[in-house]
Design a protein around this ligand. Structure first.
Ligand SMILES: NC(=O)c1ccc[n+]([C@@H]2O[C@H](COP(=O)([O-])OP(=O)(O)OC[C@H]3O[C@@H](n4cnc5c(N)ncnc54)[C@H](O)[C@@H]3O)[C@@H](O)[C@H]2O)c1
Ligand SMILES: N[C@H](C(=O)O)[C@H](O)COP(=O)(O)O
Length: 336
């Protein structure tokens, strides 16, 4: 049995508290592994109330107590809290979000938690309280003493998996960042992770072109011909099932998606638009390459709809489910 999952609160002014509450409410029908939340009791209660949920919360003092509580109440670890201000992010709330993320990550690293599921944070708000990384992915890399490039973001839904080669970078900076080394290193991490955590021993990796029509033989940009093609040749020589560079505009059609297990895309929106178009309410942001399991819903804080009872809990439920599945698989692997 894997250890319970640690769920970080996310920005308390966003929708994370309410979708976490809804996830606990649906724990049986959604077959969710036991989880506990780190901090934010009054925020969670207020968020639940905004959806008409009378949320039973029980404080636990160690993660090990979570499983016994989970069937009748939401286990909560840690007493840090803040005043609920739905839709209005505050410094107090950002501080709580950062402390919750830090504690949840530490519990996963110690093995007391089987995984960390991160509630969405607002990067710009967290930067005001000392968060220096581009996102939670890089925060987790630092916590695991890994270089940022070793932590690979994958978005996974029922229809599609995508990985952005470059992530939170200005579009103008992307062409220079598309290098053979980055393509080769991320493809290797993806291949290893899909074998380890997703039961795909030889995953088919479709790599997109950077330019329209994958450069049209160099007539619309040369990165595809001069950078991506050689990188793929190197990976193919190593035995990885990589193909491309594929024209990105046709790669996400239903018939095309049957031909690969994951699409390695050149930049953030090239990877995230299709997954959030096809599977928004079931999309999971999973970090590959870490010694711990980390997932997050594909959405953000959604401040404008926080506390209004309209946020879908689907992606948070999917993130918790995937974390439980990956944690259970790693527990079996360790025991073997
Ligand atoms: N997992 C994460 O930590 C994560 C993911 C994406 C964005 N963010 C952060 O969140 C903040 C807002 O980002 P954004 O506006 O680009 O993205 P967002 O996902 O917060 O919102 C995009 C749109 O989707 C809607 N939406 C989001 N989640 C929804 C849900 N569960 N149900 C119904 N509608 C939903 C929002 O109302 C909005 O219209 C930013 O600071 C960004 O950095 C965090
Ligand atoms: N790029 C992610 C998305 O749009 O879903 C989001 O910003 C989360 O990134 P981190 O998990 O690195 O914070």
């Amino acid at each position: 049995m894997a250890a319970p999952l640690a769920v970080s609160l996310g920005d308390p002014a966003g929708i994370a508290p309410e979708v976490i509450a809804e996830s606990w409410l649906r724990r049986e029908e959604e077959h969710l592994a036991p989880f506990f939340v780190v901090g934010g009791a009054q925020v969670l209660r207020a968020a639940a109330n905004s959806r008409g949920i009378d949320l039973p919360i029980v404080s636990i003092f160690t993660p090990g107590e979570a499983a016994d509580v989970f069937g009748s109440a939401l286990p909560l670890l840690g007493g840090e809290d803040c005043t609920p201000t739905f839709g209005e992010p505050t410094i107090e709330g950002a501080t709580l979000a950062l402390h919750s993320l830090t504690s949840a990550t530490a519990l996963a690293l110690s093995g007391e938690a089987g995984a960390v599921v991160t509630g969405p944070i607002a990067k710009s708000k967290l930067a005001e309280v000392g968060f220096t990384q581009p996102g939670q992915t890089e925060f987790l890399a630092d916590a695991c003493s890994l270089p940022h490039e070793a932590a690979v973001m994958m978005l996974a839904g029922p229809s599609l998996r995508t990985v952005p080669l470059t992530v939170h970078e200005a579009l103008s900076a992307v062409p220079a960042l598309v290098t053979r080394d980055l393509i080769e290193s991320k493809a290797r991490i993806v291949a290893r992770a899909l074998a380890r955590d997703f039961g795909l021993p030889s995953p088919r990796i479709a790599v997109t072109g950077l330019n329209p029509h994958a450069g049209e033989d160099g007539r619309m940009g040369t990165e595809d011909r001069d950078v991506i093609v050689p990188a793929l040749a190197t990976l193919q020589a190593e035995g990885l099932a990589v193909t491309g560079p594929h024209p990105a505009d046709a790669l996400f059609a239903a018939h095309a998606r049957d031909g690969y297990d994951v699409a390695l895309c050149m930049y953030h929106d090239q990877a995230l638009i299709p997954i959030k178009t096809l599977d928004f309410d079931q999309g999971v942001n999973v970090t590959l390459g870490l010694p711990i399991v980390r997932t997050s819903p594909d959405h953000g804080t959604a401040f404008p709809i926080a506390g209004k009872g309209v946020a879908s809990p689907g992606a948070m439920i999917a993130a918790i489910r995937m974390a439980g599945e990956c944690a259970a698989r790693r527990t079996v692997q360790k025991a073997a």
